[in-house]
Design a protein around this ligand. Structure first.
Ligand SMILES: [Mn+2]
Length: 260
């Protein structure tokens, strides 16, 4: 039988100093925590040591959201792409040290020069994902790629793009289904129906179907009852991470009621 657990992303406190993150971890209402390797919480050796000690004292199990600000794995310039991959490699190294169950990363996106070079972003994106899979094997971590929201220039937002991506990649990689993001293009059910056996990790948050608001679960327009029914009809066995920025405890309670 599929085993689903609920976790909490620390995205909601990314605007607070690292010491606050640590305090919040000590009183977290769940044992599964998604760390965000970006902003003031960008990992380094000292932070990893502290986070490791907290995990041990409070029985926490981590997952890691790799950095995403200014991180474009499809960047047209090779030196920029290499730097991005190096940065993600560092993130995966820390993930191994923290024994993270999974490392989430975003697909690449279009730039101001994309229209002059049709397909170049797409090819760079696939080449970079292959490289990331190689680095992940070296770091002994599991990586998975997330569906990103409209109206931004991400290369992987809808089911059609992901179908093409999985076909052309010719390697196995898990999908992180972000339910808030798929709510914006109205494809949550289609994602689950099409990729039910590829979904390895889930981000849960809510919105008004227009903007990526990261509201509490059931504080927007997502049909969570339908989502729960659909996901329970698949082989999905993994973490549903609350990635809201408020109503965190209510979100966890709601998801627990629906999924566990
Ligand atoms: Mn997400």
């Amino acid at each position: 039988m599929a085993k689903i657990d609920i976790g909490l992303s620390m995205l909601h406190c990314l605007g607070e100093p690292f010491s606050n993150l640590c305090e919040r971890l000590r009183i977290a209402p769940v044992n599964y925590i998604e760390l965000v390797d970006d902003g003031w919480h960008t990992l380094d050796k000292a932070k990893v040591k502290t986070l490791g000690e907290i995990a041990e004292s409070y029985s926490l199990v981590y997952t890691l959201h790799s950095p995403f600000a200014d991180i474009n794995i499809a960047a047209p310039a090779e030196d920029m792409r290499n730097f991005v991959l190096k940065r993600l490699d560092r993130s995966m190294d820390f993930a191994r040290e923290l024994e993270c169950r999974i490392v989430v990363f975003h697909p690449g996106f279009r730039t101001g020069i994309s229209s002059f070079y049709p397909e170049m972003d797409w090819k760079n994106n696939i080449a970079s994902v292959r490289k990331l899979l190689e680095l992940a094997r070296k770091c002994e971590v599991n990586i998975a790629i997330e569906n990103c929201p409209e109206p931004f220039g991400f290369l992987l937002k809808d089911v059609k793009q992901f179908s093409r991506f999985f076909n052309e990649l010719e390697e196995e990689i898990g999908l992180v289904l972000d339910v808030g993001h798929s709510n914006i293009n109205g494809q949550t059910r289609e994602f689950i129906e099409t990729f039910g056996d590829r979904i390895v990790h889930i981000h849960a948050h809510d919105n008004d179907r227009k903007h990526d608001l990261h509201l509490g679960v059931s504080f927007g327009t997502v049909d969570w009852k339908q989502f729960a029914e659909d996901i329970k009809g698949t082989v999905f066995s993994g973490l549903v991470i609350v990635e809201s920025i408020n109503h965190l405890e209510e979100s966890i309670v709601t998801l627990r009621k629906l999924l566990i």
